[in-house]
Unconditional design. Structure first.
Ligand code: DQA
Length: 149
C-alpha cells in the first residue's frame, strides 16, 4: 500500500461534465468519476486526491506539490493540454510519474487537439474510453507506484 495518494488532476471545463457536449464526453459527472476512481483505487490498495480547476497556474502549483506529496499524478489537463508550455515545464521539473488521460480521443478530433504539451513529459497516455480512461490509468499507476514495470 502506497503511503502517498495518487493525485487525479483535472483542468478547465471538466466541472461541466454531464451537461457539456455529452455526445463527446459522456453523461457521467465529474463527481461520479471521482467516486468511481476512489473505489477503484481502494480496490487497488491506494487512495486518491481528486481535484479540478479552471486556472492554469493552479494546475501547475498542484503538479509542483505532487512531486513531494503524491505517489503519482493522473492528469486530464483538458484544453491546457494543447496550449500550455507552463504545464510542460512543470511536468518536466518533477520526478513523480505522470499519466495523461482524456475522455475523448483528441486524435480523432480537430487538428488543434493533436498536439499535447503533456505527452512528452508523461509516462503514458490513455484516451478515448470516456470515464473508463481514468480507471485504466489508475490500474497502470498502481503498477507503477507498486514497483511493477
Ligand atoms: C479532453 C480533450 C481536450 O481536447 C478538451 O479540451 C477537453 C477535454 C478530454 O478529456 O477528452 O476539455 O481533455
Amino acid at each position: 500500500m502506497s503511503q502517498l495518494p495518487i493525485y487525479i488532476l483535472n483542468g478547465p471545463n471538466l466541472n461541466l461534465l454531464g451537461e457539456r457536449e455529452p455526445e463527446i464526453y459522456g453523461r457521467a459527472t465529474l463527481a461520479e468519476i471521482e467516486a468511481e476512481c476512489a473505489s477503484k483505487a481502494k480496490a487497488l490498495g491506494h487512495s486518491t486526491d481528486f481535484r479540478q480547476t479552471n486556472i492554469e497556474g493552479e494546475l501547475i502549483s498542484w503538479i509542483q506539490e505532487a512531486d513531494k506529496q503524491a505517489g503519482g499524478v493522473i492528469l486530464n489537463a483538458a484544453a491546457y493540454t494543447h496550449t500550455s508550455v507552463g504545464l510542460f515545464d512543470a511536468l518536466s521539473a518533477v520526478s513523480v510519474p505522470v499519466i495523461e488521460v482524456h475522455l475523448s480521443n483528441p486524435y480523432k478530433r480537430e487538428t488543434f487537439r493533436h498536439n499535447s504539451f503533456v505527452s512528452p513529459a508523461a509516462r503514458g497516455v490513455i484516451c478515448g474510453f470516456g470515464a473508463q480512461s481514468y480507471l485504466l490509468a489508475l490500474e497502470a499507476m498502481a503498477k507503477l507506484v507498486g514497483g511493477e514495470k
